[in-house]
Design a protein around this ligand. Structure first.
Ligand code: ADP
Length: 736
């Protein structure tokens, strides 16, 4: 049987082989879309092979084989689109099949070949034939170029390898098909063989995610060829030189043979060490160096045993590994288990990474695998292995965001305490098995250091918590001390405040009595003495009523009698009694926004009292020529229903230190020495009994509002309060 005969029946064998491959595809339990389209491609390939034998020279519809080939390529294109995940797969299908249909129709017309073409069974140069050849060529080239582009833009090496694998085998198929266009038997046989190898490679890719590392295979092959060439070259040169020399010296044959024999023997002796040298050089150049594992592990253990801080530990671990393996990205990730759910918290070390922790659902295949198996897990497996197909989308997204290539578990005997996550290597090559083994060994060494670091960080957190508690405690103690002092001050203040007017009343009454007995009292003197008595008793009355108000606040809260009124009227009434003092002390009083407010429903008298206390304070604690401003505005609340009125009373006075901002609203609290007060109600720095703000606060809060103090931008203090507006506050059944 000669080559031509073999060639003529080869398509039948190829068809049988493709049929077997097709059956194996159809017998698979899981047939994903890409496997189905690939099966379609196999069917088209079988038809094409049969056409090659049976219908190659049919006269009715020419070029049936090349059309079957173009259909096969179209189906391969769709399989590729699914495999690589290209968008718009439907466009491929519609575009390709319309072009094929046109080719068919063109060949249905009674046309003759455009020119004569000798020696191709696959193609007769009719319009339809040329079109189907163009379809085949265009589709094949597009598949190759597009997949190659995707390959170049894929950063993770195993993901890239998957595409490279596809490109290589599509190229093999494409070249095999190309050879079949020539009618040379041995080229055809080679073409069929190549095509079949290519199809086998693609069949592997569509059915399994475990592919060999194409680049490493290519490098190994290159290394092998280089080693053979480099080690054979010197031997050949020496042998030729020996022959040449013996020939030149015209030695007798026996001596010549002896010399040649000696040279060969020498060659044998030197060959082994020489070859080993070359091997080592070539492997180092092409495949990288081998590790001195024990030395590395020793240095690593030493480095991490000195580290007690988790961040520092992450830096040391990833730093060491990246120095060894030239990783571009990496992190130590802390794992903690709670109710079968794992939380993973990355501690970034190399590359830009967020510290955001992620909770993995109980039974997540990713965590299960890492917790139960003692081996690294590739991101590639997570993406393509069916074992991880049940993973939640949010977990997938989080992992994709980490952009890591491999996760190596750090285990104690019973639990997973962390992961060492490594990104792609600088070379773009995948991690080799021995590299992964080394990282796993290093991960095992990390267990104790990681536990220590976690304990240390927990201890630090506890320490920080205790420190914070201490600070809080000290602050509370200071507050209590101050309030305690207020209590004892109260006796001093109250007795002083009460005694001063009482002494005045008693003193003037005595004078009145004595002068009356002497009968030396005229009407003018009586009036003056009585006015002093009146002023002192008013002061006494005010003080006692303030004390009563304060105690009422404590016992039953404040009883309010509501009415409709305007804030402007309230403030005007509060200011009136102080108008003379404001004028005398040359204070500047500014009112803003009062007239624009809606009417409010409040206890008129109580609010006047509250404003008197606050404005009175502003007058007391602002030096002469200062400014007091009262601003009010209606503020819409967030829910749009309960609008409220905000009032700001700001002064340019002495201000209040921040640590007293809360305390000044306490009963009897006053800043400064209780002995140094005066009872003047409008005099600069004239102190009172420390009840004014307490009562004002009680009034505002009884209305459902709130009051607080801030530092005024003008340097003094700034009292702010909010009063709920009318709509929600006024009961409808209460008249004005
Ligand atoms: P008093 O009756 O003594 O004025 P308050 O309750 O009204 O008591 O005020 C308590 C303390 O708050 C005052 O002793 C004073 O030190 C401080 N204070 C109140 N208002 C002002 C203000 N506008 N500027 C500075 N300090 C103020």
């Amino acid at each position: 049987m000669n080559l031509a005969q073999i060639n003529s029946i080869l398509p039948l064998f190829a068809a049988a082989a493709y049929t077997m491959l097709l059956v194996s595809m159809l017998l698979r339990p899981r047939r994903e879309a890409r496997v189905q389209w690939f099966s379609g491609f196999l069917v088209a390939s079988i038809v094409w092979e049969l056409f090659l034998v049976l219908l190659a020279s049919n006269r009715f519809v020419p070029n049936l084989p090349s059309k079957a080939l173009a259909s096969a390529t179209l189906l391969l294109g769709i399989t590729t689109a699914l495999y690589v995940d290209w968008p718009q797969q439907r466009r491929w299908l519609i575009g390709g099949s319309s072009a094929l249909l046109v080719a068919f129709l063109l060949d249905m017309l009674p046309v003759r070949p455009l020119f004569s073409l000798e020696g191709s069974a696959l193609l007769q140069p009719t319009l339809g034939g040329l079109l189907s050849m163009l379809i085949w060529l265009g589709l094949s080239a597009t598949i190759l170029v597009k997949t190659w582009r995707n390959y170049q833009h894929t950063r993770l090496p195993w993901h890239a390898n998957r595409l490279l694998h596809w490109v290589v085998f599509v190229f093999v198929i494409f070249s095999g098909e190309g050879l079949l266009f020539y009618d040379v038997p041995w080229l055809n046989i080679a073409g069929q063989a190549l095509r079949f190898i290519g199809v086998l490679g693609l069949a592997r890719a569509v059915t399994s995610h475990r592919l060999f590392d194409v680049r490493v295979y290519l490098r190994r092959t290159l290394a092998f060829v280089l080693i053979v060439l480099l080690s054979a070259l010197p031997a050949t040169v020496v042998l030729i030189a020996t022959l040449w020399v013996t020939d030149r010296l015209r030695l007798d044959p026996a001596t010549a043979y002896l010399i040649a024999l000696l040279v060969i023997a020498m060659g044998f002796l030197l060959y082994q060490p020489f070859r080993r040298l070359i091997e080592r050089a070539v492997y180092r150049f092409l495949l990288g160096e081998e590790f001195q594992t024990s030395q590395i592990v020793r240095n690593y253990s030493k480095a991490i045993s000195r580290t007690l801080d988790v961040e520092q530990l992450s830096l040391v671990i990833i730093g060491t590994i990246s120095e060894l393996l030239e990783t571009t990205r990496g992190a130590l990730m802390l794992a903690s288990e709670d109710d079968a759910e794992y939380t993973i918290e990355p501690i970034p070390a190399l590359g830009h990474l967020s510290r955001q922790a992620k909770r993995f659902a109980g039974g997540s295949p990713f965590m299960e695998m890492l917790a139960n198996e003692h081996q690294p897990l590739l991101q590639y497996d997570v993406d393509f292995s069916p074992a991880y197909s049940t993973m939640h989308d949010d977990e997938r997204e989080w992992l994709a965001k980490q952009a890591m290539e491999v996760y190596v578990p750090v285990h104690t005997d019973s639990e997973l305490t962390g992961l060492i996550a490594l990104g792609p290597k600088r070379s773009g090559l995948p991690y080799r098995p021995n590299e992964l083994e080394l990282v796993q060994v290093l991960a095992d060494q990390t267990v104790v250091a990681l536990q220590n670091a976690r304990l240390y960080s927990e201890l630090n957190q506890q320490h920080e918590r205790i420190r914070q508690l201490n600070v809080d405690l000290r602050r509370q103690m200071e507050r209590l001390e101050t309030l305690d002092k207020v209590k004892s001050d109260f006796i001093t203040i109250a007795s002083h405040e009460l005694r001063t007017p009482l002494t005045q009343v008693k003193g003037y009454a005595d004078i009145l009595m004595a002068m009356n007995e002497d009968a030396s009292l005229d009407q003018g003197q009586t009036r003056e003495i009585l006015s002093h008595i009146e002023r002192a008793s008013t002061r006494l009355e005010t003080l006692i009523s303030a004390m009563l108000d304060a105690s009422q606040l404590e016992v039953s809260g404040m009883q309010l009698s509501y009415m409709h009124t305007g804030l402007e009227a309230i403030i005007q009434l509060a200011i009136d009694p102080m108008a003379v003092a404001i004028k005398n002390r040359r204070l500047n009083l500014e009112l803003h926004g009062l007239e624009a407010l809606p009417s409010i429903y409040v206890d008129f008298k109580r609010l006047v009292q509250a404003f008197q206390n606050i404005i009175g304070n502003a007058i007391k604690y602002t030096p002469d020529y200062g400014t007091i401003s009262i601003t009010a505005e209606l503020v819409a609340s967030a829910d749009g229903e309960t609008d409220y009125i905000e009032v700001v009373v700001a002064d340019t006075g002495i201000g209040i230190e921040p640590q007293y901002h809360d305390m000044i609203f306490e009963k009897f609290f006053r800043i400064g020495d209780p002995q140094l007060h005066s009872t003047g109600s409008t005099k600069f720095m004239g102190g009172g009994p420390g009840l004014g703000l307490h009562i004002a606060k009680g009034v505002i809060e009884a209305h459902g509002g709130r009051i607080w103090v801030e530092d005024a931008p003008t340097g003094g203090s700034c009292f702010l309060f909010e009063l709920p507006g009318i709509p929600t506050f006024a009961p409808l059944d209460q008249p004005d």
